[in-house]
Design a protein around this ligand. Structure first.
Ligand SMILES: Nc1ncnc2c1ncn2[C@@H]1O[C@H](COP(=O)(O)OP(=O)(O)OP(=O)(O)O)[C@@H](O)[C@H]1O
Ligand SMILES: [Mg+2]
Length: 233
């Protein structure tokens, strides 16, 4: 149903490229070892593996909030080791991310949280109000858009975090257990949103434990185990 993401470019055009990446936190053991893989344009992939395997760590590396302790990471053609803070901020605007712990801003309403990436791009509210409202309706938060995150349930927060990641139609969408707090029916509905975004050209990478959910989508799986990543087409 969804493309595996085979790259047909004459040269390497992957949006993200890892080569022999290793990561350790402080003096601890290597959490990721010799990780080599890529995110091709217009791909839809799952990232899976046991709890503590390194899925969130891998997403943080891609989102440039962690630097590798060895190996090479290239994002949108740039070697991340050479990037300054302004360049990191500019590249991040092209990546949507759903954090495992949501990270909504508690002093902004649900609507304002979802609209935030567009405000950061300095867009006028009149140009996006209808779009934000429609997306909130789609994720079932139409009635909750004017409340603050502390009064949302876990599943509602998760849906707000998903809407915020999708609203700017990023080139890459990274999602960390985006259906961990919702029932299976809602999980399928949310996954359909990711598939729709993928159809518009976004490369999607979803970290999940949910094998039943993955089985419903014909997509490549990246499996991390004991720090090593294996790709299953
Ligand atoms: N900030 C940190 N400092 C030290 N160790 C960390 C830190 N974050 C994660 N780790 C360790 O790195 C390993 C990988 O953690 P990570 O959160 O990436 O796993 P995960 O696959 O996302 O797990 P889960 O499925 O439970 O979310 C774990 O052993 C974890 O304890
Ligand atoms: Mg995790």
């Amino acid at each position: 149903m969804v493309a595996g993401g085979t790259c047909l470019c004459p040269e390497d055009c992957r949006l993200v490229r890892f080569e022999n990446v290793g990561l350790r936190y402080g003096m601890g053991p290597e959490v990721l070892r010799d990780v080599t893989f890529g995110i091709p344009p217009h791909s839809f992939q799952f990232l899976t593996g046991p709890s503590g395997a390194g899925k969130t760590t891998l997403l943080r590396l891609m989102f440039l909030s962690l630097r590798p302790t060895r190996g090479l990471i290239n994002v949108f053609g740039r070697d991340v080791a050479a990037l300054g803070p302004d360049e990191v901020a500019a590249l991040r605007q092209r990546i949507g991310i759903v954090f495992q712990d949501f990270r909504l801003l508690d002093h902004l309403t649900t609507y304002e949280n979802v609209a935030l990436p567009l405000r950061v791009q300095e867009r006028e509210e009149a140009t996006y109000r209808a779009e934000v409202t429609e997306l909130l309706g789609w994720v079932g938060l139409g009635e909750r858009m004017h409340v603050l995150p502390p009064v949302l349930s876990g599943g509602e927060k998760q849906r707000a975090a998903i809407a915020r990641a999708l609203i700017s139609r990023p080139e890459i969408l990274l999602a960390d257990e985006p259906t961990g707090n919702v029932d299976p029916r809602l999980a399928r509905r949310l996954l359909r949103l990711f598939v729709e975004l993928h159809k518009t050209g976004t490369s999607v990478l979803i970290a999940t434990h949910d094998i039943a959910l993955m089985d419903q989508f014909d997509a490549r799986r990246l499996v991390i185990n004991q720090g090593r990543l294996t790709v299953y087409d």
